[in-house]
Design a protein around this ligand. Structure first.
Ligand code: SF4
Ligand code: MG
Length: 327
């Protein structure tokens, strides 16, 4: 079956000002990302803040237009933003992000806000009944429709945001750090809720997070991003337990895990900024095993010979060695 979502070679450039009086520099927040997602599948997108994962999520939804590359949804190209075709499609994809209070209007009741997408997309049927059903499906009470956001707890607000996102029965949800602002006790509840919705409706989920433990629990596949590119992608147990890419190894070594051998890898060098993208492999200044060619040549994301896992590293593919032999 064809993927529900197919993004190819996405590039997104910005202009960034350095310092208050600084000159502007062009940066690539997303530097060539391809990803796909099938019905009912969860892809976990991980990486440090600033690696471009949120921008990738917005590109996929058509909330930002890529400078290069393309997005196909349900077998057809993403329509131009702002057109009727685009608005229609938008009802089938939703974004849920970190800050539920910021996502809600404090002057409008929860019920009206959940009904909003039904109104915008002129969904037929009894909207009040549908709101009640949505509230129940996220574990809130029908009476809470008349409450204002500040009258709910943080966890309840995030549930309300989810209810609103679900109102139009989207085929795809991009969830950008959806539980990061919540208490740990509430996080599991919201994640279970997302998993439950997915199982019932076959919703595809792009789950963007820096929390590797949660990602491993909920994802069918995981992709690790570094400076605007995916550097490793595969099944969560493999990637998050025995990562192949040196950056993924460092990222994973930072989380304590009982079963895992080896100690924490502390990265040297400055934290990455897209304004200072190194040449070749963008990770090379911080990579303990970099070889000469890493400074010159950007490694392609391609299947590893042993098991097909996607990795972007010269050493993993033996490129450095074969180059030496050829020379
Ligand atoms: Fe390190 Fe080179 Fe692999 Fe990049 S390509 S991760 S610098 S070894
Ligand atoms: Mg972000």
């Amino acid at each position: 079956t064809a993927p529900l979502l197919e993004a190819k070679g996405l590039v997104r450039r910005y202009v960034m000002r350095r310092g208050v009086f600084g000159r502007t520099v062009p940066v690539e927040a997303v530097a060539g990302v391809s990803l796909d997602l099938r019905v009912g599948e969860t892809l976990g997108l991980v990486g440090e803040s600033g690696c471009g994962k949120s921008t990738a999520g917005r590109l996929v939804l058509g909330l930002e237009t890529p400078d290069e590359g393309s997005v196909r949804f349900d077998g057809a190209p993403m329509p131009e933003p702002g057109t009727d075709a685009w608005r229609k499609l938008r009802a089938r994809m939703q974004l849920v992000f970190q800050d539920p209070l910021g996502a809600l209007d404090r002057r409008i009741t929860i019920g009206e806000q959940i009904a909003e997408p039904l109104v915008i997309h002129a969904t037929p049927g009894d909207h009040a009944a549908r709101v009640a059903e949505l509230l129940t499906s996220v574990g809130l009470r029908e009476e809470q429709a008349s409450r204002y956001p500040h009258e709910l707890s943080g966890g309840q607000r995030q549930r309300a945001v989810l209810a609103r996102a679900l109102a139009t029965e989207p085929a795809l949800i991009v969830a950008d750090e959806p539980i990061s602002a919540l208490d740990v006790s509430i996080q599991a509840q919201v994640m279970n809720l997302l998993a439950d919705i997915q199982a019932r409706r076959g919703t595809a989920l792009l789950f963007i997070s820096h929390d590797l433990r949660v990602v491993r629990q909920v994802s069918h596949r995981v992709a690790v991003m570094y400076l605007g590119k995916i550097v490793e992608e595969g099944d969560p147990d493999g990637v998050l337990q025995e990562p192949a890419h040196p950056y993924a190894q460092a990222l994973v070594s930072a989380i304590p895990a009982p079963g895992r051998q080896g100690k924490r890898i502390v990265l040297q060098g400055d934290p990455p900024s897209p304004a200072d993208r190194p040449t070749g492999c963008a990770f090379h200044p911080r990579c303990a095993v970099a070889v000469a060619m890493c400074r010159e040549v950007s490694p392609a994301l391609k299947p590893r010979a042993s098991d097909g896992r996607l990795v972007a590293c010269h050493l993993v593919h033996g490129d450095a060695v074969s180059l030496k032999v050829a020379a």
